[in-house]
Design a protein around this ligand. Structure first.
Ligand code: GLP
Length: 261
């Protein structure tokens, strides 16, 4: 796990966009894992800007989103499928149909989850996965207690996650769905490179556990300590509880080691 602490949120977005650009330069038909939430927004802005300047292209790439609310109508503005289209996919040059997500409106949910797992593996797996982290340590929607071996499935959201996400639903926690479909921790661990972004004091404890805590299903993100290639990009507030923050800063040589470990 490489921990990178940068003072400016814009620098974080640049570094994450550099990782995507390097991936696409080497593998134009790369498979990208796309996260929703606020954390990756600046990365998507940066990628859209580079794409419009002709510096990179998603034309041959594919994308898979991490998760989806169950039961939100197809035209709901907070449906993750709609959110990722609005925030990113529609702003770059993906081919039509190149980005897929779990179907939160499926009548047969277990079958839809199995089909989603199949489509990821038929695409050759995810080359680069962008991730955020919840304040309770969840990754995608793998809430505390999630199995490290889990695959795409239905989950019940915790009260904390629904409270955190109420800001997207007019601050009405009751408007936030109670269930979601999410890639499992086992699914996410198969992506070849994980780039996780976290900013703000609210994430400090989750980040401390992620990087320095004991590996435990109570803090689902801690499983990433067992992944061979993770880059954790943090602002000073998110890094503020790290015991070894000084060490991470000292060892960072101005750009990440994309090669892993
Ligand atoms: N399902 C998403 C996660 O994929 C995201 O990483 C997390 C943090 O979101 P944010 O980046 O907005 O803090 O919350 C949501 O619940």
């Amino acid at each position: 796990m490489e921990v990178v602490i940068l003072d400016e949120p814009r620098q974080l977005a640049h570094v994450a966009a550099d990782a995507v650009a390097a991936q696409l330069a080497g593998t134009p038909d790369a498979t990208l894992g796309l996260a929703t939430g606020s954390s990756p927004l600046a990365v998507y802005d940066e990628l859209a800007a580079r794409c419009s300047r002709g510096e990179l292209s998603f034309a041959a790439a594919r994308g898979f989103t991490l998760d989806e609310y169950v039961g939100l109508p197809a035209d709901h503005p907070e449906r993750y499928r709609t959110v990722i289209d609005r925030d990113f996919v529609s702003r770059v040059d993906f081919a039509p149909g190149a980005v897929a997500g779990p179907d939160g409106l499926a009548r047969d949910i277990p079958a839809a989850c199995a089909a989603y797992e199949r489509s990821i593996s038929e695409a050759g797996g995810v080359d680069l996965q962008i991730l955020g982290i919840g304040s309770d340590g969840h990754i995608a929607f793998n809430e505390p207690g999630s199995s490290f071996a889990s695959r795409t499935r239905i989950k019940t959201l915790t009260r904390q996650t629904r409270v955190d996400n109420a800001r997207f639903f007019g601050d009405d926690v009751d408007a936030v769905p109670t269930h979601c479909l999410t890639q499992g921790l086992g699914t996410i661990m198969e992506a070849r490179h994980l780039v996780l972004l976290a900013t703000g004091q609210k994430k400090a404890e989750a980040v401390h556990q992620l990087v320095e805590g004991a590996v435990s299903a109570l803090w689902p993100g801690t499983i990433l300590q067992h992944h061979p290639h993770v880059t954790v990009l943090l602002d000073p507030a998110a890094a503020s509880r790290l015991q070894l923050a000084g060490y991470y800063r000292e060892t960072y040589a101005g750009k990440p080691r994309w090669q892993g470990i």
